[in-house]
Design a protein around this ligand. Structure first.
Ligand code: ZN
Length: 110
């Protein structure tokens, strides 16, 4: 999964490019490199049934972000206002950053 998987990280803003939530944007909550999956804030919500323990916890349904595959999202560019392809660039000080392939905007906080 080396390659495109390494371009996303926690706190990135991504846009969904396929599936029923296509077009929606959200913040990456967690990245699971081994699975090539992420969870995105308020996207792909799954209902989970919880069992009560008879004491403090009540049985019920909680909503939780479900994992989605990174191939279903693209990093969102502020300037372009949508998901874009990114490329890598090395800055003069040696830092490697991701830049928008469309407008050249640096997508990492450096
Ligand atoms: Zn851009």
């Amino acid at each position: 999964m080396a390659g495109r998987g390494t371009k996303l990280k926690k706190d990135d803003i991504v846009q969904v490019i396929s599936g029923k939530e296509k077009g929606k944007k959200g913040k990456v909550l967690a990245f699971y490199p081994d699975e090539g999956r992420i969870t995105v804030e308020k996207l792909n919500m799954l209902k989970k049934h919880t069992k009560g323990d008879g004491k403090s916890r009540q049985p019920g349904i909680v909503e939780q972000e479900g994992k989605m595959h990174i191939s279903n999202v693209m990093l969102a560019c502020d300037k372009c206002g949508k998901g874009v392809r990114v490329k890598r660039k090395q800055l003069e000080d040696g830092k490697r950053v991701r830049i928008c392939q469309k407008c050249g905007e640096v997508m990492d906080r450096v």
